[in-house]
Design a protein. Structure first.
Length: 160
C-alpha cells in the first residue's frame, strides 16, 4: 500500500466556469488557472503522483506549455492513471477535503464522488468527499479562493 497527499488552491475570478471534481457548478465566479483550475482534481492528482513517487502535477503538465491551456483536468487525471497503471498500481481509496466559504457542495457531493470514481476506475464507495469553510476567516473565508486537500492510497494490482 502506498500513501500520497495533495493540496491545491486557486483564486476566484469572474467569467470562468466553476468546475469541481469534474462537475460544473452554477456559481457566479470560477477558478483561475492554466487548465480548468479544478482544485479538487488537482489535489487528487498530486496525491496519486505522491503515492507513486512520480513528482507533481506542475512538473508533468507545466503551465508554460500551451498544450494544457484550459484543458479539462480529467484529461490530466487520465494521463496520471496511465502512468500508475504502467507500474502495476491502482487506486485503493481517496479522501478529499474541499475548503471554501462558497459554494456549498453538499448536494453535489455524491455526483462528484461518482464522477471521480469513474475517472479513477474505482468503486464510488472508495471516494469520500468532505467540505469545510474557514468560518469567514482569511482569503478563503472572504470567498477569494477555494482549496482542496486529498489523501490517496494505491495498491499493487498487477506485476510490474
Ligand atoms: O467546522 P465545520 O467544517 O463542521 O463547519 P462548516 O465549515 O461551517 O461546514 C459545515 C458543513 O457544510 C460541512 O460539514 C460541509 O459538509 C458543508 N460544506 C459544504 O457543503 N460546502 C462548503 N464549501 C463548505 C462546507
Ligand atoms: Zn490547480
Amino acid at each position: 500500500m502506498y500513501v500520497g497527499i495533495g493540496y491545491d488552491i486557486h483564486k476566484f475570478v469572474k467569467n470562468r466556469k466553476l468546475i469541481l471534481g469534474g462537475i460544473c457548478f452554477d456559481y457566479p465566479l470560477g477558478l483561475l488557472g492554466h487548465s480548468d483550475a479544478d482544485v479538487v482534481l488537482h489535489a487528487i492528482g498530486d496525491a496519486i503522483l505522491g503515492a507513486a513517487s512520480l513528482g507533481d502535477i506542475g512538473e508533468l503538465f507545466p503551465d508554460t506549455d500551451s498544450k494544457w491551456k484550459d484543458v479539462s483536468s480529467h484529461i490530466l487525471l487520465n494521463k496520471i492513471m496511465e502512468l500508475i497503471k504502467e507500474r502495476g498500481l491502482g487506486i485503493n481509496n481517496v479522501d478529499v477535503t474541499f475548503i471554501a466559504q462558497e459554494p456549498k457542495i453538499s448536494k453535489q457531493k455524491k455526483e462528484m464522488s461518482k464522477r471521480i470514481s469513474e475517472i479513477l476506475e474505482v468503486e464510488p464507495e472508495r471516494v469520500n468527499i468532505k467540505a469545510t469553510t474557514t468560518e469567514g476567516l482569511d482569503s478563503i473565508g472572504r470567498s477569494e479562493a477555494a482549496a482542496a486537500q486529498a489523501v490517496v492510497t494505491l495498491i499493487q494490482t498487477a506485476e510490474k
